[in-house]
Write a protein that binds this ligand. Structure first.
Ligand code: PLP
Length: 204
């Protein structure tokens, strides 16, 4: 049961962003009724359908996947958080189409296997550049750990991001940790954990 799945999770003080890509609107409604209001989608078409079906709820929508620049106008006024800001092109589109300030995490690429996110070498410049944008509020950094069971590697990835954001501003937030590695992420200072499969066990 979803309520049992939820009970298993000790998120400490972090916000649980429920990755709802695995399920349809009715399952999301059940999760919402259990008290989870932050939902994260990573595909534009699926998100738009669920958004319409769930308009009667005050869900806080996060977009957590790669966002193509040509899709920004369809999505941006329906979300409050974007976890995957990683290019000036994307920032320009947000500036053009958003009617309010969007809370954004800059996505950092933590491994060669991942194509999304920007490299550490460019991240500080990118962060500073974004200060000019009136529709973008950078609230922190996001990353995904490589798909490995080696906890030392995962911890290294998360600690690197924590140290990096502390060097810029300790008050910034950290979106990191998924079903398999959220406990490590919490130890490393995650403020937002993005949980999917662990929350939806038995539901799909
Ligand atoms: C699916 C997804 C998650 C959640 O993954 P699980 O391993 O199912 O918890 C987190 N972040 C992003 C960007 C995702 O696409």
């Amino acid at each position: 049961m979803l309520s049992d799945n939820l009970k298993e999770i000790d998120a400490k003080d972090a916000t649980i962003v429920c990755a709802s890509k695995y399920v349809g609107a009715e399952s999301i409604r059940k999760m919402y009724n259990l008290g989870i209001k932050n939902m994260g989608e990573n595909r534009v078409q699926a998100f738009l359908g669920k958004y319409d079906e769930l308009k009667d709820l005050d869900i806080i929508w996060h977009f957590i996947g790669h966002l193509q620049t040509n899709k920004v106008k369809d999505v941006i006024n329906k979300i409050e958080y974007l976890h995957s800001l990683d290019s000036i092109k994307l920032a320009n589109e947000i500036e053009k189409y958003s009617m309010k300030k969007i809370k954004c995490f800059i996505e950092i690429n933590s491994g060669e296997e991942s194509k999304s996110g920007i490299d550490y070498s460019e991240a500080l410049n990118f962060y500073n550049e974004l200060k000019k944008y009136s529709k973008i509020e950078v609230i922190g950094f996001m990353t995904m750990a490589p798909n490995t069971t080696d906890e030392k590697i995962i911890k290294g990835v998360f600690m690197r991001l924590k140290d990096f954001k502390d060097s810029i501003d300790p008050n910034l937030k950290l979106s990191m940790g998924m079903s398999n590695d959220y406990k490590i992420a919490l130890e490393c200072g995650a403020t937002h954990i993005r949980l999917g499969s662990i929350l939806w066990k038995g539901e799909y």
